[in-house]
Design a protein around this ligand. Sequence first.
Ligand code: PLP
Length: 231
Amino acid sequence: MATAIAQNLEVVRARIEAAARRAGRDPKSVTLVGVSKTVPAERVQEAVAAGLGDLGENRVQEAREKAPHLPKTVRWHLVGHLQGNKASHAARLFQVVHSIDSADLLRRLEQAAAREGRRLDALVQLDLAGEPTKFGAREDELDGILAAAATCRQVAVRGLMILPPYDPDPGQARPHFRRLRALLEEARARQPGLDLKELSMGMTEDFEVAIEEGATLVRVGRALFGERHRA
Ligand SMILES: *Cc1c(COP(=O)(O)O)cnc(C)c1O
């Protein structure tokens, strides 16, 4: 019998597919990243066994502890803030870092990846609402970060990420998602040398809205693993 997590995965996949079809998109153009923060490795393993290939963590240390208990085939995504002094660990562990918010951090990750002999993808996290409590670069900082990206060899900047202000009404996130997509399109035109096409947006409450607005990576935690018990 399928476990609860395997059933959740099936439901989330069906919702992703339906949202993509509604938007006239190929469901395969959306990658599900299962956000496994606070979830013990054994439960994460159930999702991986059921076919989840991408896992997201918001802390480098938690991912370091969990990764040895999970198959090597898992693609790890860092979805939370990265401190510069953790860049080496991040470069060793993650395939995609969603939270680049300054040119300085990007350069540190590039140097770390070169030292570790690793290549990875990265996204620039933007804070379009100007929330003081949130990480993320301002819109006017994007060009500077992309200019630094153009000089990187080990880290390929592939797009943008957003974590809109929390609101129980998923419709409230739509303008933020739409704006992020417009910014990606403008950036593509200005930076033809970069391969910018990924939009990391949408979580449990609003991933369907995000897909309608062009998300290529959705970061879903609770809809897969249930409510989190630890903060
Ligand atoms: C926790 C987290 C998620 C997943 O949130 P859910 O509401 O559990 O789907 C997605 N993105 C980031 C950056 C997170 O920290």
